[in-house]
Write a protein that binds this ligand. Structure first.
Ligand code: HEC
Ligand code: HEC
Length: 213
C-alpha cells in the first residue's frame, strides 16, 4: 500500500467510493467515522488509488458563494446550489471559456449517474444553460501569444498546468503579486509542492515586465 498516499488525501467530501457513500451522504464535512487515513486505508487498493487520484484534481477548498463574481446573479445562485454536492465550490476563473463546456459535461455525467442513489437535485436543461453561460462569461482570460521577456518560458510552463495560460494583461503588476501568491497556495494543495522564492520572483518579474501597469 506504499503507493497510496492516504495521509495526504484532502478532507473534502467526495461521493464516489462505496465505503464512503453512506457515511458522507448529505454532509459537506466528512462524518467523524469517515475521517482520517484509517478507514480510507481499508478500501481495496484499487479503490483507494482511484479515490486519491480523483481528489488531487478537485477544486481547491475555501471559495465561498460571496467570493463568486456577480454573486447576486442567477448563475451564481445555481452554481452554489448544484456544484457543491461532491466537492468545494469551483471558481469560474479556474478555467477558460473554451474549456468550461467539456468540464461541465463531465460533471453532468457524474451527477446523472449518481443522483438516484444519493438523491441529489438534478438541474433542468435551462438551469444547466444558465450555469454554463455564467461560467463562460466569468472564465479565466487566456492568451495564445505571450510577449517575449525574461521568464516567459518558465511562466508558460508553470502557469498552464491547471488551466490554460492566463493573459498577463488582465492584472496590474501590483495585483499579480497577490494572484501568484494565491496560485502558490493552490499548487501546495493540489500538486503538493509550490514555487521556490527564486521561481516566484522570476514569474512576478515577467508579469511586471509585460502586464504594462
Ligand atoms: C456528482 C458529483 C459532482 C458534481 C455535482 C460536480 N462535480 Fe465537479 N468534479 C467531480 C469529480 C469527481 C471531479 C474530479 C474528476 C474530474 O475532474 O472530472 C470534479 C472536478 C471538478 C473540477 C476540477 C477540474 C480541474 O481539473 O480543474 C472543476 C473545476 C469542477 N469539478 C467544477 C464543477 C462545477 C462548476 C460543477 C457544477 C456545475 C460541478 N463541478 C459539479 C464531481 C462533481
Ligand atoms: C495548482 C493549480 C494551479 C496552478 C499551477 C496555477 N493556477 Fe491559476 N488558478 C487555479 C485555480 C483553482 C483558480 C480559480 C480560483 C482562484 O481564482 O484562486 C485559478 C485562477 C487563476 C486566475 C483567474 C483569477 C484571477 O484572480 O484573475 C488567474 C489569472 C490565474 N489563475 C493565474 C495563474 C498564474 C499566473 C499561475 C502561475 C504562477 C497559475 N495561475 C497557476 C489553479 C492553478
Amino acid at each position: 500500500m506504499a503507493y497510496v498516499p492516504v495521509s495526504s488525501l484532502r478532507k473534502s467530501t467526495l461521493l464516489l467510493v462505496p465505503v464512503a457513500m453512506g457515511l458522507l451522504l448529505g454532509c459537506q464535512e466528512p462524518a467523524p467515522a469517515a475521517q482520517g487515513g484509517e478507514q480510507l486505508g481499508e478500501l481495496p487498493p484499487g479503490d483507494a488509488l482511484l479515490l486519491a487520484s480523483v481528489k488531487v484534481a478537485l477544486p481547491p477548498a475555501g471559495l465561498t458563494p460571496a467570493d463568486l463574481p456577480e454573486p447576486g446573479s442567477e448563475g451564481a445562485r445555481l452554481v452554489t446550489q448544484y456544484c457543491v454536492a461532491c466537492h468545494s465550490l469551483a471558481s469560474p476563473g479556474s478555467h477558460s471559456a473554451t474549456d468550461w463546456p467539456r468540464y461541465i459535461r463531465r460533471m453532468w455525467l457524474r451527477l446523472e449517474r449518481l443522483q438516484d442513489s444519493f438523491q441529489l437535485p438534478l438541474p433542468s436543461a435551462g438551469e444547466r444553460q444558465v450555469m454554463l453561460q455564467y461560467l463562460v462569461d466569468n472564465a479565466l482570460r487566456v492568451t495564445a501569444s505571450l510577449p517575449a521577456a525574461p521568464g516567459r518560458d518558465f511562466f508558460a510552463a508553470t502557469c498552464s498546468s491547471c488551466h490554460e495560460l492566463p493573459d498577463p494583461a488582465v492584472h496590474s503588476s501590483e495585483d499579480w503579486v497577490a494572484v501568484v501568491r494565491r496560485m502558490m497556495d493552490h499548487m501546495q494543495e493540489i500538486q503538493g509542492r509550490t514555487l521556490t522564492p527564486e521561481q516566484y520572483s522570476r514569474i512576478v518579474l515577467y508579469l511586471e515586465t509585460v502586464s504594462g501597469a
